[in-house]
Design a binder for this molecule. Structure first.
Ligand SMILES: [Zn+2]
Length: 247
């Protein structure tokens, strides 16, 4: 056998979708991050004729367990829900001709376990029942727009909306957490971002190993510079920008 494959799991790629998918993926990773290795694969369902392209993510240095990937999913979900709220607000601004028609969307991850393993000894050796996550494969140039310390790495003007989203997360959480580590693809023709695997720094450290608690929040607030979108989304003063309000 030349591929690894997972058990099937419900993957609500779209709201209301209750189909179960299993993913098959090759032996060679195409991206290696600080914590994760990423493989290209396909997700199959009995109810779909055509398999869906996905990426399968596993822990890079150890055998991932359920908690690791439930945390991964939680960070994506927390951020996805805020992004929906953010987009709705953005739409009300654009209807008032106040610019900002950018949309943000975070992918939905499915958490499952390795079922069958390749018999070829190449790349990562998966353990039987090792936990992994799969999610839609993003088409386009994968870019880290804002890093885990809140620094904007891609100086494209469209990143201003992501900086505002980071600030927005801090305000709507009552300054309990801040979202950063915003990466994925930007589709210029649709003016939207499809994003994955954000970092959340929280006061209580409840978002996994990437959550650097107060020092993480301090870094992000220090590295942030408010822009015109921040002013649109946040109508009340905030303690971003190192304790001084620019709003
Ligand atoms: Zn701001």
């Amino acid at each position: 056998m030349l591929e690894n494959s997972t058990y099937s799991v419900k993957w609500p790629k779209v709201i209301g979708n209750t189909k179960r998918y299993r993913a098959s993926f090759g032996l060679k990773s195409f991206m290696e991050g600080e914590h994760l290795i990423v493989f290209k694969g396909k997700a199959f369902s009995h109810e779909d004729y055509i398999p869906r392209p996905v990426v399968v993510k596993s822990m890079r240095y150890f055998c991932g367990n359920k908690d690791d990937f439930e945390m991964y999913k939680l960070c994506n979900e927390q951020t996805r829900i805020l992004a929906i709220h953010f987009n709705k607000l953005s739409a009300t601004f654009s209807s008032k001709k106040m610019q900002s028609t950018f949309k943000l969307r975070f992918v939905v991850a499915a958490v499952t376990q390795i079922d069958t393993r390749s018999t070829l000894a190449l790349g990562k050796k998966f353990k039987k029942d090792e936990y992994v996550a799969f999610e839609e494969k993003l088409e386009g140039k994968f870019t880290t727009f804002i890093d885990k310390r809140g620094e904007t790495l891609d100086r494209n003007k469209c990143c201003l909306i992501l900086e505002a989203f980071s600030h927005f997360s801090f305000v709507v959480s009552g300054e309990n957490f801040v979202i950063c580590g915003l990466k994925g693809v930007y589709r210029e023709d649709k003016s939207d971002f499809i994003l994955t695997n954000p970092t959340i720094h929280s006061r209580e450290g409840k978002f996994g190993q990437k959550d650097k608690r107060d020092p993480g929040i301090r870094d992000v607030t220090k590295n942030h510079t408010c822009n015109k979108f921040c002013q649109m989304f946040m109508k009340k003063p905030s303690t971003f920008d190192n304790g001084t309000s620019e709003i």
